[in-house]
Design a protein around this ligand. Structure first.
Ligand code: ADP
Ligand code: MG
Length: 781
């Protein structure tokens, strides 16, 4: 075996095909691991590798006679074949000690036939040296009554079984064409007028010209979508299995075969039987049996082809002993197979494939016709037929290398639709989509109604929005005016309070007023002015309260509210027009109502609190007023004056008493009666003075008590003042809080208005869509 493998390597150097194979020995050996990965290589289409099965035929009688030995071994339980030192892994191995040949059809071909019914093209390609069993495996020479061991008769059976068991609403059309490529010419095996049409009788393996004029030569064409077709080839429609079998028989009888040293019935041409399956699925009627436009449109028109290829075997002239015409045929056969080898090499080389390298399909008619089957739109199974005889070991090895390389070919099968049907299908889908859209838009469909309601809502909202905007502006103006007035009054009040404080702290009216215009006014006038200002403050406070009360009333009166955008106050719609009922989704409505209710409650509670504070402020101010009123002030001044007078009187009396006491002491040293009398007078005078002094002291005490009371009342006034300040700051805080809440509510309201605008936009868009759809529907009618 070693010597044989050396011989093979030497020959490989001389042959371009063999060179390619020899250069990829490593790759071939790598394939022993059996990796067969499918990946996306183009246009994101799912790819599918060419499946390769090996069929090892038994030793035939002639080989046994020559004493040939079996040189092919199969690894038990594995799809692996061993020839000499070389091992190969394939998808399947049949024959010899491997699986029985009868399983080839079920495992390799039947799935392709099933795929045919789903619109997938398929190819079964028998490859191998001459006499290796290709024709036997394919069953190309089947005649009615023979055993149906070959693939083709079983394919025919399965197709008709499948059609019989399929649905009633599918119309099938089966077309058969049968061609051969002989000497780089395509011959129609089903055309009785073709040069091959008379071979039945004069069958000698080459063409005999007949008198009937030949048809125009068959041309290989490529359609715009890349499909390879043959122009001028008969495509015969068959209606049953028998017709198909008869055509196969007729065609195979026309095929060129001849006897060579290698095979007594050697195929001298590559034969391709093509079964085209067209299926038209009729759409079922509507449930109510009404016919519609759709009933006249086919649901799906699939058209797929199954190529069953029986190649002529590679041969070496030395072994076949061919000469003359046979030699010429052999050269062409080898030429075609060489081109096929190059195509397989180009497609099987992953690196080249990724680089988008050139695939030499155009080098021969065979490769051109198999363009779809190898690397194109087809599911392909290659059956490598080999002879186990050691005399054929070299060719067997080449076949296995070829086949192994073919496993790397990635095809891109797709569902094949008749272009017209595909377009109709697309339009039909579009129509269905539009009809469903239209039915949604019909008045009873709801969408139009929705749009109508939406439009109405938008109109209502717009009108109410305009009204509210107007009222908002009015309220803003009024409020601004009030706020200005309140500010002025507050300033005046604060000034007056300040003056009051100064007066309380003991400053005179003149000092407090400085050189202003009131300097000359008397105290009463000032008090009157003070009174007038206080009244004014009260009036303004009352007016503020009433304004706030009104606002509260508004909150309570209506649920239709709108933010004025300034102080968070809301105004009611001027009338009870139904347009102002803002209709939204129930959830939104609920949420909005809850928010507004909460806002109203907050406003009411805040306003109440504010009112309460104002009440307290008023009360405190009244108390303050009572404490610091003008009478008190005058009384205080009188008391003070009186106290001073008393003090002065007391001092005078004390001085007088002291003087008298001194005189009494001076008189003490004089001891006559006159002096005694004067002393008694002085003593009485002194007594009087003493009593006067006591009286004065009492008065002074009462004055002091009054002063203490006054101080107390001053303290109370101070406390009151502090209370007033505290209440005021509370009031400011509360007002701020109200404003803040109002601002928040305004923001929320603004977002609601934005949402409204979006709704409006959506409404317009819907309307536009509807118009478009209606126009479209009108056109289609
Ligand atoms: P090819 O078409 O490859 O040139 P054939 O199919 O004509 O070869 O087969 C050559 C010979 O071998 C034929 O006589 C055929 O009957 C025989 N043969 C081929 N395969 C088998 C097989 N699996 N079992 C028995 N005989 C076979
Ligand atoms: Mg053959």
């Amino acid at each position: 075996m070693v010597s044989e493998s050396i011989t093979y390597q030497k020959e490989a150097e001389t042959s371009p095909v063999y060179n390619v194979l020899a250069n990829n020995n490593n790759n071939i050996c790598d394939n022993l691991t059996g990796n067969n990965v499918s990946n996306c290589v183009d246009n994101n289409l799912p790819t599918q590798a060419v499946k390769v099965a090996v069929h090892v035929r038994p030793l035939i009688a002639s080989e046994r006679l020559q004493g040939c030995k079996d040189c092919v071994s199969v690894v038990p339980g594995e799809p692996q074949v061993q020839v000499g030192n070389f091992g190969f892994t394939f998808d399947h191995v049949y024959g010899n000690t491997a699986l029985p040949s009868s399983r080839i059809f079920d495992e390799c071909v039947a799935p392709l036939v099933e795929g045919l019914f789903h619109g997938y093209n398929a190819t079964v390609l028998a490859y191998g040296q001459t006499g290796s069993g290709k024709t036997y495996t394919m069953g190309t020479t089947y005649t009615v009554g023979d055993d149906k061991n070959g693939i083709i008769p079983q394919v025919m059976d399965l197709i008709y079984d499948r059609m019989r068991s399929s649905k009633k609403n599918i119309n099938y059309q089966v077309l058969v064409s049968f061609i051969e490529i002989l000497n780089e010419e395509v011959n129609d095996l089903l055309d009785s007028n073709s040069p091959t049409g008379t071979r039945q009788d004069s069958y000698v393996g080459f063409c005999t010209r007949v008198s009937t004029p030949p048809k125009a030569s068959i041309q290989i064409r490529e359609t715009t979508n890349g499909e390879i077709t043959l122009s001028g080839v008969s495509e015969v429609e068959v209606n049953n299995l028998e017709e198909m079998a008869a055509l196969l028989e007729q065609g195979s009888l026309c095929r060129a075969t001849a006897s060579t040293n290698m095979n007594s019935q050697s195929s001298r041409s590559h034969a391709i039987l093509t079964i085209t399956l067209r299926q038209q699925r009729k759409l079922e009627l509507n449930a109510d049996n009404e016919t519609s436009l759709l009933d006249h449109i086919p649901d799906d028109n699939l058209c797929a082809k199954l190529h069953l290829v029986d190649l002529a075997g590679s041969e070496r002239v030395k072994r076949t002993g061919a000469d003359g015409i046979r030699f010429k045929e052999g050269v062409h056969i080898n030429k075609g197979l060489l081109a096929l080898g190059n195509v397989i090499s180009a497609l099987g080389d992953e690196k080249k494939r990724k680089e988008g390298g050139h695939v030499p399909y155009r080098d021969s008619k065979l490769t051109r016709l198999l363009q779809d089957s190898l690397g194109g739109n087809s599911r392909t199974v290659m059956i490598a037929c080999i002879s186990p005889a050691d005399s054929n070991a070299e060719e067997t090895l080449n076949t296995l290398k070829y086949a192994n390389r073919a496993r790397n070919i990635q095809n891109k099968p797709i569902v094949n639709r008749d272009p017209m049907t595909a377009e109709v299908q697309r339009l039909r889908q579009q129509l269905e989509l539009l009809q469903s859209q239209l039915s949604c838009c019909r008045p009873n469909g709801g969408a139009v109604e929705d749009t109508h309601i939406l439009k109405k809502k938008i109109a209502w909202l717009e009108a109410s929005n305009a009204d509210l905007q107007r009222e908002l502006q009015q309220a803003r103006d009024g409020l601004q005016f009030c706020a200005q007035r309140v500010l002025d009054v507050l300033i005046e009040r604060d000034e007056l309070r300040h003056k009051l404080d100064l007066l309380r702290s003991g400053k005179t009216w003149d000092e407090v007023n400085g050189n202003d215009e009131y300097q000359a006014c008397c105290l009463n006038d000032s008090l009157e002015l003070l009174h007038a200002y206080t009244t004014k403050i009260q009036d303004f406070e009352t007016s503020i309260n009433s304004v706030e009360d009104n606002k509260c009333g508004t909150h309570m009166d209506t649920s239709l509210i709108c933010n004025d955008g300034f102080s968070g106050v809301h105004t009611m719609q001027p009338n009870g027009d139904s347009r102002h009922i803002i209709s939204r989704t129930p959830e939104e409505e609920e949420e909005a109502a809850a928010k507004e209710l909460e806002h109203n409650r907050f406003q009411v509670s805040m306003d109440n609190e504010l009112q309460e504070l104002n009440e307290r402020l008023k009360q405190k101010e009244a108390e303050m007023k009572s404490i610091s009123n003008a009478d008190n002030l005058i009384l205080k001044q009188q008391f003070e004056k009186k106290l001073l007078e008393l003090e002065e009187e007391k001092k005078n009396l004390q001085r007088e008493r002291d003087k008298l006491l001194l005189e009494v002491e001076n008189l003490a040293c004089v001891s006559d009666e006159q002096t005694q009398k004067i002393r008694e007078e002085y003593a009485e005078k002194l007594k009087l003075l003493e009593s006067q002094l006591a009286e004065l002291k009492r008065k002074q005490d009462s004055q002091a008590q009054l002063l203490r009371q006054k101080l107390k009342s001053d303290d109370a006034a101070k406390r009151l003042q502090e209370d007033i300040q505290r209440i005021k700051s509370q009031k400011v805080q509360l007002q701020n809080k109200i404003k803040q809440e109002g601002d928040q509510f305004r923001l929320w309201k603004a977002s609601r208005e934005k949402e409204l605008l979006q709704l409006k936009k959506e409404g317009r868009r819907n309307e536009h869509e509807l118009l478009k759809l209606q126009a479209l529907n009108q056109r289609q009618k």
